[in-house]
Design a protein around this ligand. Structure first.
Ligand code: FAD
Ligand code: NDP
Length: 463
């Protein structure tokens, strides 16, 4: 029988790779993990965590402003970008250490360097070679920027956390998660922010009401939106970067920094995929089956390198499925597939967006007859705060079954609120269950269990 150095060799120490390596080792497997950069991957180093820390920082600006209506007086404190950067870097370093420690404690062999596949059972890390019964590719993704004159002047989200100096004037290109979040964050921190998006609306794929509502709310906070516009060139001038646009109503703009947030591509280059016989799909992502197996049965792939739902909890969930499949038998685990139905998500704009399930348009397509419940109101806090911020809450109910199939919110802490409702929706909660749930008063969240009358009946409904 062929012997291997390891039972599982994980390439990439991000969300998915670390979880898979740690859990496999805890199940008794001999595991190695190779990482070329800082442990923790995108989420820990240049994604979710630093982004959320900066979002907290930005929220203080509103809080200082809003406190006056509640009797607080005095000037708002002055923001110090260098302090935030230093404190963030210290916290991320601490997390890198924790990830390394968790892996070491679980018995994972950590290897540092760039890995590439040689064949279905062999990985090369620079000059060294390792064999494994199974290999897991979890190499994540990288920002992608279209070709344009002046491309060398732009930054991506990877550089935003350490920009020096602080961008007094920032232009953000894109209308997805990263563009919207960073526009809100830097606006809150004090930049003059203009967001340029090629589409008529932000956040393609989200519910249409949410898309319109968040645009209006972001504009109220001071973010300038240039929709249906495209950047044609960026030129360096004595006063900063001059950005020329086509479409839209304004420009050219002179700014200090230009952030391109135009999507991310899977990290597949230089991995030896072709040599090992691992196929890519039409999106340039690693092709996998429902069990995360690539075209080479001993090689698995998950997370952003497979370009499905690019979210940390999704990569974590996929890692658990792979580990259960490969090493779960002793623990009584049966091979299973991951469900991508009702994956909740939040966009940490100001205010936040929280969403789970179908948009109104997608629900109509899937279920035909759907009832819509919607509330748009000023939260109690803002009766004194002076803020004009409004909150949107929306439920979509399949008429045939009474099941709640879509839940959307734009408002403070929407991510926190929607997480709990996602559990109910996974459990198949009906509108009747929502109606029989007692609210917590006075909260914003109680609105989800007190919306009684559908505001609109979609085309095709028999109601
Ligand atoms: P990654 O975390 O990207 O890890 C891949 C690792 O592989 C990296 O550490 C890389 O260095 C390493 N690697 C690559 N090639 C090699 C090689 N050949 N050899 C050795 N190592 C290699 N998701 C959320 O759920 N919530 C959020 O709030 C959120 N915010 C985000 C904000 C930003 C700005 C970005 C960019 C992403 C955000 N995401 C968020 C998405 C989330 O970060 C990713 O979905 C998640 O990190 C994917 O995990 P992964 O394991 O697939 O890859
Ligand atoms: P997204 O795919 O979310 O958005 C990309 C945006 O760029 C879209 O608005 C797209 O427009 C636009 N775009 C694409 N190509 C071009 C181009 N050539 N010129 C101009 N505009 C272009 O990607 P992001 O980079 O924002 O984020 C990547 C992924 O990371 C997200 O999809 C998400 O899964 C994850 N993420 C999750 C977060 C969270 O959970 N809170 C936060 C940040 C990232 P169009 O809509 O017209 O296609």
């Amino acid at each position: 029988m062929q012997t291997f150095d390891f039972d599982l060799f994980v390439i990439g120490g991000g969300s998915g790779g670390v979880r898979a390596a740690r859990m496999a080792a805890q199940r008794g497997a001999r595991v190695a993990l190779v990482e070329v950069a800082a442990m923790g991957g995108t989420c820990v180093n240049v994604g979710c965590i630093p982004k959320k820390l900066y979002s907290y920082a930005a929220h203080f600006a509103d809080s200082f402003e809003e406190s006056h209506g509640f009797g607080w007086t005095g000037e708002a404190p002055v923001f110090n970008w260098d302090v935030l950067k230093t404190n963030r870097a210290r916290e991320i370093l601490r997390l890198n250490g924790i990830y390394n420690q968790l892996l070491t404690n679980a018995g994972v062999t950590i290897i540092t360097g760039w890995a590439s596949l040689v064949d279905g059972h062999t990985v090369k890390v620079e000059e060294r070679s390792f064999t494994a019964k199974n290999i897991l590719v979890s190499t994540g993704g990288t920002p992608t920027v279209p070709a344009l004159p002046g491309r060398e002047h732009i930054v991506t989200s990877d550089q935003m956390f350490d920009l020096d100096p602080f961008p007094r004037r920032l232009l953000v290109v894109g209308g997805g998660y990263i563009a919207c979040e960073f526009a809100s964050i830097f606006n809150g921190l004090g930049s003059e922010v203009t967001l340029v998006h090629r589409g008529e609306k932000l956040l393609t794929g989200f519910d249409e009401d949410v898309r319109s509502f968040i645009a209006a709310e972001m504009e109220k906070t001071g973010v300038k939106l240039q929709l249906a516009s495209e950047v044609t060139a960026i030129t360096k001038t004595g006063d900063g970067l001059q950005v020329s646009l086509k479409g839209g109503h304004a420009g050219p703009f002179t700014v200090d920094s230009v952030l391109y947030a135009t999507g991310r591509v899977p990290n597949t280059n230089g991995l030896g995929l072709e040599a090992a016989g691992v196929k890519l799909n039409s999106k340039g992502a690693i092709e996998i089956n429902a069990h995360y197996q690539t075209s080479v049965p001993s090689i698995y792939a998950l997370g952003d390198v497979t370009a499905r739902l690019q979210l940390t909890p999704v990569a974590l969930g996929e890692a658990m499925v792979v580990v259960d499949q490969l090493f779960g038998a002793a623990a009584g685990k049966k091979p299973r597939c991951m469900s991508y139905e009702f994956v909740p998500t939040a966009v940490f704009t100001h205010p936040n967006i929280g969403t789970v399930g179908y948009s109104e348009a997608a629900a109509r397509k899937e279920f035909g007859k759907v009832s819509v419940y919607r509330a748009d109101f000023k939260a109690l806090k803002h009766t004194l705060s002076g803020s004009t911020e409004r909150t949107l809450m929306k439920l979509l109910v399949e008429d045939a079954t009474d099941r709640v199939v879509g839940l959307h919110m734009v408002g403070p802490d929407a991510g926190e609120i929607v997480q709990g409702f996602a559990v109910a929706m996974k459990a198949g909660a009906t509108k009747a269950v929502f109606d029989s749930t007692i609210g917590i008063h006075p909260t914003v969240a109680e609105e989800f269990v007190t919306m009684r009358e559908p505001v609109q009946v979609l085309a095709g409904s028999n109601a």
